[in-house]
Ligand binder design. Structure first.
Ligand code: MZP
Length: 501
């Protein structure tokens, strides 16, 4: 045996030391765009990139089509869970790819006399954030109103109330005629302080919606045609057992990127799977993992992986370290693998992004993971808390919670993720738990809050991009007592009842 002299550590044991904040270092100037697939030196633009460095975990309790749509709209990416039939996974991919941002499609209409319960069902089934209420339930019917995510949240308690009593009467106030330019749409949006502007045709029928956000993201191209359709990005998890049947269906459904999902990815099974995909689908990027050290990284890099996932045993629901005694503190794993990636780039001129997977507890851990070298971050617990995740919202002990279970738990029984290759199709023991997480509301609200903190930290570290952060970050290990000092301490918090004297 060989015992590594260095201890392994996790994110909570580090802090960033501020660098000079120049006047240009302001949150609005920070770009969180990051490449997630391999590229050759000088060809970074050819890599697949996402606008925010967050991807959602390949888990039943996290990444279905509704969460994937919500996250892609914020600029991130979901990997649809693979522990379901290939057909239903492909169907989820298809739903994300057919989602039309900024357009109310005919599968998200309700008739005037539908109930809110109908609206809830429709939203859950389609993942749409806006539902149109039309006179006949089709796109060509008269637009009577729009039910947005926000309206739905506000009115969630009134399940039996008629939709028409609750919807925002946006259409009654302002509409624009088909053919309006983006610049004109923008003027109307700003003049009337709207978040969305329905576009109607000559007959008065709804033909589309322009969101303030669409306009914002297109503002560099004012001449772009309005009814323009953006397709959201989506990834999918696969395993090393049925990939020959699963991958073709996912590709047919329009998947943008694949990821082999395994708790221990340093294996010949992954090598074979990557080789098969590269041979049969050379244009579909495929990530691999998970690994925690230089050897694991180099093996998968040589196999052709387009990105490599880092992390064993750090997941909130994970008991792999307790059951199998394998793993490594997440911060040390990310740092060491990032050094391996840099060395690989230096030697071969090929940059292979790494993804820090699991163990993010506080928002600042995300920034630490990036600072230590991660190109993007995969999160499970974080996303499971939101409206858009596939699990039930419940009240437990007087608190709103959502369910969250590991892929290695008896509930998920994702044996392909934990199997050593004997292919018996069963699990001998659990490596994950079934749990609750505190319910936190909408994905968009929470993600934007987390990203605001990330950008503020990056400004403190004098960095406007993720590569700059990685290059400039200076970190310090903190003692257990320094961690206590970092929270509120030696004061009485105002959360108990008080009496004025
Ligand atoms: P977290 O964000 O909840 O801390 O961790 C999510 C990650 O935990 C997933 O992306 C996956 O790598 C890992 N995971 C999923 N299921 C299990 C398990 O049952 C697990 N042990 O470790």
């Amino acid at each position: 045996a060989r015992i590594f002299q260095e201890e392994s550590h996790t994110f909570s044991e580090y802090l960033l030391i501020p660098n000079l904040t120049t006047q240009a270092c302001q949150s609005q100037n920070v770009s969180l765009r990051t490449a997630i697939t391999r590229y050759r030196k000088g060809q970074r633009e050819q890599a697949l990139s996402i606008n925010i460095p967050l991807v959602s975990a390949i888990m039943q309790a996290v990444s279905n089509h509704t969460l994937a749509i919500a996250l892609a709209k914020e600029g991130g990416l979901s990997f649809i869970y693979g522990s379901q039939s290939a057909e239903s996974e492909a169907e989820m991919v298809r739903l994300v790819k057919s989602y039309k941002a900024g357009i109310v499609s005919s599968d998200s209409n309700l008739r005037e006399n539908n109930t809110l319960e109908d609206a809830v069902k429709l939203k859950n089934n389609t993942g749409h954030s806006t539902i149109a209420i039309t006179s006949d339930g089709t796109n060509s019917g008269k637009l009577l109103g729009l039910l947005t995510s926000r309206d739905y949240r506000l009115s969630r308690t009134a399940m039996n109330t008629e939709v028409k009593d609750l919807m925002t009467p946006i259409s009654r106030l302002v509409t624009a005629k088909e053919g309006v330019s983006l610049t004109e749409a923008n003027d109307i949006i700003w003049e009337h302080k709207l978040n969305q502007l329905p576009i109607i045709n000559e007959k008065g029928n709804l033909v589309g919606l322009v969101f303030r956000k669409d306009y914002d993201s297109h503002k560099d191209h004012p001449n772009e045609i309005l009814d323009r359709r953006k397709r959201l990005l989506v990834g999918a998890g696969i395993n090393t057992r049925d990939y020959k049947e699963r991958v073709p269906l996912l590709v047919q459904a329009g998947v943008d990127v694949l990821c082999i999902d395994s708790s221990d990815g340093f294996s010949e099974w992954q090598y074979e799977t990557i080789s098969w995909i590269k041979h049969n689908y050379p244009n579909i990027p495929v990530g691999a993992g998970n690994v925690v050290d230089v050897d694991g990284f180099n093996y998968l890099a040589d196999a052709g992986a387009d990105f490599i996932k880092v992390g064993i045993g750090g997941g909130s629901i994970c008991i792999t370290r307790e059951t199998k005694g394998i793993g490594c503190g997440q911060a040390t794993a990310v740092y060491n693998v990032a050094r391996a990636r840099d060395a690989y780039y230096e030697k071969n001129g090929v940059y292979i992004p790494i993804c820090s997977d699991g163990g993010i507890v506080h928002d600042y851990h995300m920034t630490l993971a990036l600072a230590m070298g991660a190109d993007f971050i995969m999160l499970g617990r974080y996303f499971a808390r939101f409206d858009e995740s596939p699990t039930k919202r419940m009240v437990v002990g007087g608190k709103y919670v959502k369910e969250y279970w590991g892929e290695g738990s008896n509930r998920a029984r994702n044996w392909q993720r934990y199997d050593e290759g004997n292919n018996k199709g069963g699990m001998l023991f659990e490596e994950g738990v079934d749990s609750y997480v505190p319910y936190a509301g909408s994905l968009a609200l929470n993600v934007n809050n987390s990203l605001a903190k990330m950008k503020a930290t990056m400004c403190s570290v004098g960095s406007l991009t993720i590569p700059e952060l990685q290059a400039k970050a200076r970190l310090v290990r903190v003692s257990a007592t320094s961690i206590v000092e970092g929270g509120a301490h030696d004061v009485i918090l105002k959360n108990s009842q008080s009496v004025d004297l």
